[in-house]
Structures are given as structure tokens and as C-alpha cells.
Write a protein that binds this ligand. Structure first.
Ligand SMILES: Nc1ncnc2c1ncn2[C@@H]1O[C@H](COP(=O)(O)OP(=O)(O)O)[C@@H](O)[C@H]1O
Ligand SMILES: [Mg+2]
Length: 254
């Protein structure tokens, strides 16, 4: 196997130099962290499932005209993506009160919000990903007013599409986090969806029972974490009968 240059190791993924210029390989790990790295663990099979789930959702979003970094899956844990200049923001879209929004404003978890709320957090582990306003973002040069316009419009379109997609498989999309990046071609710049969309960064509740099917099961020591991720994949129609072990293909290629 050819040695590849590792570019970055994050909490959930490793980035390698891709086979062509301007591409990267995202390797999905089973490592799980919560509360800004204070809680650490592993969720067996998570990397395999998130690789598939993120691929599936990015492809569906691509079909409705959302530009994404996704190129193709390489194997069970790896996908090829276009290298982008990551905008250092976590864009959080909320439909139902949960997590930090419930805590900060004293709104019980599960309360539907009168309209979707988009929040921005500055991506910085050292600073604990502080919440920031558009004023901070433009003043500190993390994104321009035009970038923010694009981020907001893309985020709301993604939210509408994913809300419907998950509803179709009996899942309520409570909230989720996105990352975007700048893709340059010549003089042109386009903002594209990057990183991943998976139960690691979405709150997904079973529509009927309200049962959590996401990383909150890990954060809150609820058990059944692996099963919850598998069930999301199964409902999306991307998990083979025998579970993630039945996925065909080598663990790594190239
Ligand atoms: N297409 C891309 N180009 C460059 N960087 C990317 C791309 N997609 C995601 N990233 C970055 O790669 C990292 C993915 O690894 P992850 O484990 O999620 O890291 P982190 O611990 O920083 O969240 C993130 O920092 C993310 O911003
Ligand atoms: Mg991350």
C-alpha cells in the first residue's frame, strides 16, 4: 500500500493528501468525543457508518443543487473530497429546542421552535467553540457579508431538504451542525458544503417514540449508541442485512 501524507488528525477523522491535486481523503474513525474533548470513547463501527451516511446525504443534496466537497467513496472508511479552504465556523441549524439552546434559554427539550434558527460558532477547540454574531465574523474577517448570505441561504435549503428526507424515514431532524469551505477555480470562488453530515453532528429523534438516534446517546451515557447509528443507516436504506461488518470492500485501498 502506498504511503500517503497525513495532513491532519481531528477528533473524528483523519485527512490524507488525495491522489489528485486539490483532493483529500477523509478517513472516518470510530473515536467519539463530547464536551470539547473532555469525554472520550469509541463507538464501534461508527466510522464505517458515518462514511456511508455522509456520502448518502451529500449525494442527495448534490442532486437538488447544493454544492458539496464530496467526490466519491474509496472504501469502508474513506471518501475522496475536494480540498477546500474551511471557513472557521460551525453553522448550527435548529428546528426543535435541545442541548445548549434549551440550557441557555430555559426552553424544555423538544419544544418546536417558531421558525428555524441558525447560529454561528467560531471553530476553536482552545476557546471551546464560542458562539459568535455576524458582527464578530465580519469584523474578524472569518467570512464576508456575501459569504454569510451564501451560508445562510445554503443552510436553510439544506435544512428544508434534510428535514423532509428524514421525516420520510420516521426521523425528526432536531438540529445539526455544518461546515462550509471555499473552492477556488481560476478567479471564481464558490462556497461548498464540507466536512460530514452524520449522527455525530445531527440530533435525530425517532418521530413516534422521540427516542434519540444520535451522539447524545454517547454524551449522556444512554447506551445503545452503535445500534442507534445502525438504525439511522438502515432507515436511509444504506445498511446491509448483517450490519456494518457486511459492507463489502477492503478497509483501505490505493
Ligand atoms: N473538504 C475539506 N477540505 C479541507 N478541510 C476539510 C474538508 N472537509 C472537512 N475538513 C476539515 O477536516 C477536519 C475533519 O476532521 P475532524 O475529526 O472532524 O476534525 P475536528 O476535530 O477539527 O472537528 C475538520 O477540521 C474539518 O474542518
Ligand atoms: Mg469535526
Amino acid at each position: 500500500m502506498a504511503r500517503r501524507k497525513q495532513i491532519y488528525e481531528g477528533k473524528a477523522k483523519v485527512l490524507f493528501e488525495g491522489p489528485e491535486p486539490g483532493t483529500l481523503v477523509q478517513y472516518f474513525k470510530d473515536d467519539a468525543t463530547a464536551f470539547n474533548n473532555k469525554k472520550k470513547g469509541t463507538i464501534t463501527g461508527k466510522g464505517v457508518l458515518n462514511n456511508r451516511i455522509s456520502e448518502y446525504l451529500m449525494l442527495r443534496l448534490g442532486e437538488v443543487g447544493i454544492p458539496t466537497h464530496f467526490v466519491r467513496r474509496l472504501n469502508m472508511r474513506e471518501q475522496l473530497v475536494r480540498e477546500v479552504e474551511i471557513i472557521p465556523l460551525e453553522v448550527v441549524i435548529r428546528n426543535v429546542a435541545a442541548g445548549s439552546l434549551s440550557q441557555r434559554f430555559g426552553i424544555p427539550e423538544g419544544t418546536p421552535l417558531p421558525r428555524s434558527i441558525v447560529e454561528y460558532y467560531y471553530k476553536s477547540d482552545e476557546l471551546n467553540d464560542p458562539m459568535v454574531s455576524e458582527e464578530h465574523i465580519t469584523a474578524f474577517g472569518w467570512a464576508t457579508v456575501q459569504d454569510l448570505d451564501d451560508l445562510m441561504a445554503l443552510s436553510l435549503r439544506i435544512n428544508d431538504f434534510l428535514t423532509g428526507l428524514f421525516l420520510g424515514v420516521g426521523i425528526r431532524l432536531v438540529d445539526f451542525k455544518l461546515e462550509f469551505g471555499r473552492l477556488y477555480s481560476g478567479d471564481d470562488m464558490q462556497i461548498v458544503l464540507a466536512d460530514e453530515i452524520s449522527p455525530d453532528n445531527c440530533r435525530l429523534w425517532d418521530f413516534k417514540s422521540g427516542e434519540k438516534m444520535d451522539k447524545d446517546r454517547f454524551r449522556r451515557d444512554m447506551g445503545g449508541v452503535e445500534e442507534a447509528y445502525q438504525e439511522v443507516a438502515r432507515r436511509l436504506g444504506i445498511l446491509p442485512e448483517g450490519g456494518p461488518r457486511d459492507f463489502k470492500g477492503p478497509e483501505t485501498v490505493q
